[in-house]
Design a protein around this ligand. Structure first.
Ligand SMILES: CC(C)(COP(=O)(O)OP(=O)(O)OC[C@H]1O[C@@H](n2cnc3c(N)ncnc32)[C@H](O)[C@@H]1OP(=O)(O)O)[C@@H](O)C(=O)NCCC(=O)NCCS
Length: 203
């Protein structure tokens, strides 16, 4: 995620969350170097989704993930999470966690697919709606079971009828590992390449 993506990110953020993050929060997050990893999915120059991850020692915390309403159920979120997991493995992260609204069954289904399991509740975490958060963890993200899960998700995306090139960019620091550079088919009927791009505040 770069500065130039933020108008598109905020457009999606404002439509996706009752208490959206401000421009200032995103700017602050993407300026924090390797402890924050933010990715965007783009279609041409249009931002159609994004995902953030906070890195604390060997834990990755998914901070947010959202997809443009016009591009839902086409595998964009799966692609973003696959990318986040790839980066997490590259950063030697062992376990991943997140909070999700107890009522958000759609997001929970997505997370279950990646091996996240519910481990607890944060009461009234979402104060504006008096709603509890489900705390989910995916332990040992590099286990063969979890790797197989992600390979399955990736191959299912691969069975879609349209093939597009996906290029994962580098993570947020200049000394980051090289681009992942893999090619994956894109689910759905998008007619352009979807790119997931790592965080960098420079542009
Ligand atoms: C949750 C969200 C990111 C999913 O994005 P998406 O690109 O539509 O998701 P994908 O197409 O990659 O689907 C991934 C999985 O999510 C689940 N899912 C997605 N949309 C669904 C729907 N309408 N109904 C049921 N399950 C759904 C499914 O398990 C799906 O896998 P499957 O297609 O193999 O069944 C999107 O709905 C969104 O932006 N929601 C608003 C923001 C939000 O709630 N974010 C999560 C905060 S914790």
């Amino acid at each position: 995620m770069r500065r130039r993506h933020l108008p598109g990110v905020l457009r999606i953020e404002n439509r996706s969350y009752p208490r959206p993050w401000s421009l200032g929060i995103f700017l602050s997050e993407i300026s924090l170097g390797e402890s924050r990893q933010y990715f965007v999915a783009t279609l041409g120059s249009k931002v159609i989704g994004y995902c953030g991850m906070m890195v604390i020692l060997d834990e990755g915390h998914i901070t947010n993930i959202a997809v443009d309403g016009s591009y839902l159920t086409r595998g964009v979120a799966k692609r973003l999470l696959l990318n986040a997991f790839d980066v997490a493995v590259g950063l030697s992260i062992k376990d991943m966690t997140l909070e999700v609204r107890a009522s958000n069954q759609i997001a929970q289904r997505l997370y279950f697919k990646f091996g996240f399991e519910p481990v607890g509740i944060r009461k009234n975490y979402y104060a504006e709606s008096n709603e509890d958060a489900l705390i989910m963890w995916c332990y040992d993200i590099s286990s063969s079971e979890n790797c197989q899960r992600r390979e399955k998700i990736s191959s299912e995306l691969g069975e879609a009828d349209l093939v597009a090139t996906v290029q994962d960019s580098t993570v947020s620091t200049s000394e980051a590992r090289p681009p992942l550079g893999k090619e994956q088919p894109l689910q759905g009927s998008l007619e352009d390449a979807v790119q997931t791009q790592g965080g960098d505040v420079d542009e």
